[in-house]
Design a protein around this ligand. Structure first.
Ligand SMILES: Nc1ncnc2c1ncn2[C@@H]1O[C@@H]2COP(=O)(O)O[C@H]2[C@H]1O
Length: 229
């Protein structure tokens, strides 16, 4: 991968200086995981941070008894994960599971931390992106008792904003399995299908089940409904 592609693909790295980028790229290792494979396991010790080159992963956590799992987030192309255990030197906070075939780059903890100390812009950008995640988590927490439609609209608007391929005023989200869309929203698959149909009737999105694409036609309106300002 070329340095410019590397910095364009990853918002975290767009802020890094060119020497940092060249160095990071030279020490990064490529990985491919098939659908369903665990990339990280909750409570395991970890020594690398990961960048998603293509595909989707889900972030999920087990309950205290280990019986229940909740999906906390879906991360995709351009995102990073695995930074928490590295920064606070604790075990992994969650599982990270491949939702599709996924291509990743990893950078060892030691090298990544070394780079953060050397490059203040990168350091600052990392904090900004972690704050953004916290804001998104706060909104989801606030919406937990809201009707399923509000929760799903929030999920869609987050995915559209974070990962959508922009198309005019809207965005397209590709290939997220319906089961995982429902899980991350904390509603049922049946509720998800009904709400998608209603939103589609209103013209706010289009679902192409064959190509597994959801096109968000009015991202601004979805953002407002989903609780974002
Ligand atoms: N609420 C969340 N939203 C998005 N990503 C998360 C969330 N919780 C954990 N993660 C990511 O999942 C990773 C699991 O391993 P780490 O704890 O090292 O780092 C974690 C974060 O990168």
């Amino acid at each position: 991968m070329q340095t410019e592609v590397f910095s364009e693909l990853f918002p975290l790295l767009a802020a890094a200086n060119p020497e940092t980028l060249d160095w990071l790229l030279s020490v990064a290792t490529e990985h491919e995981y098939p659908t369903g494979r665990a990339v990280l396991m909750e409570d395991a010790w970890g020594n690398a941070v990961y960048f998603v080159v293509s595909g989707w992963v889900k972030v999920r956590r087990h309950s205290g008894t280990g019986e229940d799992v909740s999906t906390l987030a879906i991360l995709g192309r351009g995102d990073f994960f695995g930074e928490m255990a590295i920064l606070d030197e604790s075990p992994r906070s969650t599982d990270v599971i491949a939702l599709s075939n996924v291509r990743l780059l990893s950078i060892s903890a030691q090298r990544f931390i070394q780079t953060l100390f050397k490059d203040p812009q990168l350091h600052h950008r990392m904090l900004q992106l972690m704050v953004r995640r916290l804001r998104q988590t706060n909104i989801r927490f606030q919406l937990r008792h809201q009707p399923p439609a509000i929760k799903l609209v929030n999920t869609l608007s987050l995915l559209g904003e974070n990962y959508g391929d922009k198309v005019g005023a809207g965005a397209e989200i590709f290939n997220i399995p319906a089961r995982d869309l429902a899980d991350v929203t904390d509603i049922t698959v049946e509720e998800t299908a009904k709400i998608l149909e209603k939103l589609s009737d209103k013209g706010w999105l289009k679902v192409n089940a064959e190509r597994q694409v959801i096109s968000l036609m009015n991202l601004q309106q979805l953002n407002q409904l989903g609780g974002k300002r």
